[in-house]
Design a protein around this ligand. Structure first.
Ligand SMILES: [Zn+2]
Length: 331
């Protein structure tokens, strides 16, 4: 007997060394990293290194895409090539699809698991939105617990004879960039706060028609793949510059909350408490879970983890023991 899960939240602190998952592109030979302003636990503003939620969601969908392909899950033509325009780029489908919003959503959800869980805004000749089932916040460095430095690199040219230099100079004009060059590349190390939320109850759910467009078996498959992708996202943080600056993930701790009903799985920021207090946010979550459950049945559950391995095994247990909760439908 599987436990129905309606929603799931994760609040975590990850310690990452020497990563540049968040590079914004370059100015000349200087690559910029992303800094944002946040209010710390001391009520003051701090400038911290950050990775956008878009990056994490993109990583999640990359993992989901790989799993969906391996398991032969239905995807639209566009998502079969991991085109981020999703259903909008499946021109044949868009041409033949229903002009009525509710029917269009039904057709899209049946056709494509990625459009179902990642959401979209259909824009051609219509404006039909699908809210994402997965949500990520910014990954934020804890004030005073993260540092970014710029490192000097050289690309050496193997041979520097006169003829070669002339050829390289000619290549430079065409953009071939064959000569010796120097560049600066940033890398950051520190403790980062991460938040995410999954609405498993909405997998296959048409928000306009207020009913499910796909059957129970397909919903179960999509939910399992989504949870599995989430596990992969945390243990294999993709992003920019991984070919030479693969991040060192040295620690992961936090909390997973799950809800078996329409009560939302609670989430608080792991920034709470600041760098010196590792328990505040988990204690708060514990209190919220107790308050939500009251004296009734346990609808909301909190699980904490202190290591990467513990997180992975708790997620594995959830994947194997859960099914997506079904909202009562009126149609
Ligand atoms: Zn698609």
């Amino acid at each position: 007997m599987k436990t129905p899960i309606a929603s799931l939240s994760i609040a975590a602190r990850a310690t990452l060394n020497m990563h540049s998952l968040n590079n914004e592109g370059g100015e000349g030979n200087q690559i910029q990293t992303r800094m944002v302003e946040i209010v710390g636990d001391d009520q003051n503003l701090h400038s911290v290194n950050a990775i956008s939620g878009d990056m994490l969601k993109h990583v999640l969908m990359e993992h989901f895409y790989q799993l969906a392909r391996a398991r032969h899950v239905s995807l639209c033509h566009s998502c079969q090539n991991f085109n981020t325009n999703r259903i909008n780029a499946d021109t044949d489908f868009i041409k033949s699809a229903s002009k009525k919003d509710a029917e269009f959503i039904d057709q899209t959800l049946r056709l494509c698991a990625i459009d179902d869980v990642a959401g979209f805004l259909a824009t051609e000749g219509r404006s039909t939105p699908r809210k994402s089932v997965s949500e990520f916040g910014w990954v934020l460095g804890l004030p005073e617990k993260v540092r970014t430095d710029s490192y000097f690199h050289v690309k050496y040219a193997p041979e520097r004879g006169e003829e070669k230099r002339a050829a390289d100079a000619a290549g430079q004009k065409t953009g071939a960039n064959l000569g010796q060059s120097i560049f600066h590349r940033p890398a950051s190390s520190g403790i980062y706060a991460m938040v995410c939320h999954l609405e498993l109850a909405r997998i296959g759910y048409n928000d306009i028609a207020q009913d499910y467009a796909v059957g129970e078996e397909e919903r179960q498959l999509r939910a399992s793949l989504l949870l599995e992708s989430l596990l992969h996202t945390f243990i294999e943080l993709n992003g920019a510059m991984r070919s030479t600056q693969l991040p060192h993930l040295v620690a992961l701790e936090g909390a997973i909350t799950t809800s078996t009903s329409v009560t939302p799985a609670p989430l608080v920021s792991p920034l709470m408490g600041g760098g010196e207090d590792r328990e505040s946010y988990r204690k708060q979550l514990d209190g919220i879970v107790a308050a939500l459950n009251g004296n009734g049945e346990e609808m909301v559950r909190l699980q904490t983890f202190g290591t990467i391995g513990e997180f992975a095994s708790k997620m594995r247990a959830l994947i194997d023991s859960s099914s997506p909760f079904a909202i009562a439908v009126g149609r």
